[in-house]
Design a binder for this molecule. Structure first.
Ligand code: GLU
Length: 338
C-alpha cells in the first residue's frame, strides 16, 4: 500500500462483468468489445483507491445482453463469500443494458445489509465525454459510505443513487439514462459527499439456497395481439410466464382466453408495459381487464415492471415456491411494501 493512502479504508471487492465501461474498439474504428479487466477499470478511476482498498476481480467479460440468470446467481454467491471473508462492501461494473436486472437480482439474492453498488457507463473509455471513471469513483464513494448500509442493492450513475427496485434504463445513449419513475433517486453525490435522502422500506430477499432459477418467459401484449404464443410456452420448456400487459393490466379477449388456459398449467404474472404505476385490481370490468384476468387465475406484479417481475418469479420458483397462491402472496407482500 502506498504511504499516500489513508491508513484505514473500507475494503471493497470490485467485480467487473464487462459492458461499455470495460469496452474498447477491437480495431481502429471498429465496434467495441468488453476486453478491459477489472484492474484496467480501476486504473480509469483515479482517486478511487484513496476512498477504499479495492480488490479488482474480472468476474465476467461480456456484453450485458449475454449475461444469464446463472451468472447473476453466481455473482450473488461470490459477493456473499467475499462478505463472509471480511469485505465491507461490493461494487459491480457491467453493461448498462441490464443493470436494473443485475441490481434487482442482487437485491433479492443477497440478504446482507452491507452495501452493494452497481455502475457502468453509457460512453466507452475511448469516447469523448466517457463517464465510466467518474461513475466508478462515485460507486466506490457510495459503497464506502456508512449511509449505504441497509439500503439493499443500489445503482450509482451520473452522480445519482437509485434503489434496485425502482431504477430503470430509460434512454439508449444519454448519460442521464437511469431514472426511478416511481420514486426518483434515493440520493446523490456532491463533490466528495454521498447524500442518502430516502431509505427504501420493505425489501424482501428470496432464499434461493441451492435452487436453480426457473425458466420464465416474458411476453409483451401490444394493441391487437391475440396471444397465440402464450399457448406455446409450456412446450417450449418455460415453467412460468410474465406478461407485459397494456395499461393497468389489460389484454385482448383472445389473449385473455389463452392466459386462462396457460394459468392452469403454470404461474402467469401480469405486469404493466407502461413503465410506472401499479397493476390495477378493481377498476375495469371488460373482457381482458384486470378484474377479468384475476378471475382467470393470473397473478399481478403490482409496481414491478416485467423484467423485474420475471426475476422475482424465477427465484421464487427456484426456491421451491410453486403454488400460484403462494406466489401471488409473495408478489402482494412486496406490493404493499410491508
Ligand atoms: N449500452 C450498453 C452499455 O452501456 C451496451 C453494452 C452492454 O450493455 O453490455 O454498457
Amino acid at each position: 500500500m502506498s504511504s499516500a493512502l489513508p491508513a484505514s479504508r473500507p475494503k471493497i471487492v470490485l467485480l467487473s462483468l464487462g459492458g461499455t465501461i470495460a469496452s474498447a474498439p477491437a480495431t481502429p474504428g471498429g465496434g467495441s468489445l468488453p476486453t478491459l479487466t477489472a484492474t484496467d477499470i480501476v486504473a480509469g478511476a483515479p482517486g478511487a483507491e484513496q476512498v477504499a482498498e479495492l480488490v479488482p476481480v474480472s468476474f465476467r467479460q461480456l456484453p450485458s445482453s449475454h449475461l444469464t440468470l446463472v451468472d447473476l446467481v453466481a455473482l450473488a454467491r461470490e459477493i456473499e463469500d467475499r462478505f463472509a471473508d471480511g469485505f465491507d462492501a461490493a461494487v459491480v461494473t457491467q453493461g448498462t443494458d441490464t443493470i436494473e436486472e443485475t441490481a434487482f437480482a442482487l437485491d433479492l439474492l443477497v440478504a446482507d445489509s452491507k452495501a452493494i453498488v452497481v455502475t457502468g457507463a453509457m460512453r466507452g473509455p475511448s469516447i469523448l465525454g466517457a463517464e465510466g471513471g467518474a461513475n466508478l469513483l462515485a460507486a466506490v464513494r457510495v459503497a464506502a459510505s456508512p449511509a449505504a448500509r441497509g439500503l439493499g442493492t443500489v445503482v450509482a450513475m451520473n452522480d445519482e443513487v437509485h434503489a434496485a427496485r425502482w431504477v430503470q434504463k430509460t434512454h439508449t445513449s444519454n448519460v442521464a439514462a437511469f431514472r426511478s419513475p416511481m420514486t426518483g433517486p434515493i440520493g446523490w453525490l456532491a463533490e466528495e459527499a454521498v447524500r442518502i435522502a430516502v431509505r427504501p422500506v420493505g425489501r424482501e430477499p428470496v432464499a434461493l439456497g441451492a435452487g436453480a432459477p426457473a425458466d420464465i418467459a416474458l411476453l409483451a401484449m401490444p394493441l391487437g395481439e391475440d396471444g397465440r404464443l402464450i399457448g406455446r410456452l409450456a412446450e417450449a420448456g418455460y415453467e412460468g410466464a410474465v406478461i407485459e400487459a397494456m395499461g393497468g393490466g389489460h389484454v385482448t379477449p383472445s389473449a385473455a382466453e389463452a392466459l386462462e388456459r396457460c394459468a392452469a398449467t403454470m404461474p402467469v404474472v401480469i405486469a404493466s408495459r407502461s413503465g410506472a404505476g401499479e397493476t390495477l385490481r378493481r377498476t375495469y370490468g371488460f373482457v381482458g381487464s384486470e378484474i377479468d384476468l384475476a378471475a382467470r387465475g393470473v397473478i399481478f406484479a403490482g409496481w414491478l415492471p416485467g423484467p423485474k417481475a420475471r426475476l422475482l418469479l424465477s427465484f421464487l420458483m427456484g426456491a421451491g415456491v410453486r403454488d400460484p397462491r403462494a406466489i401471488a402472496a409473495e408478489f402482494e407482500r412486496r406490493r404493499e411494501l410491508s
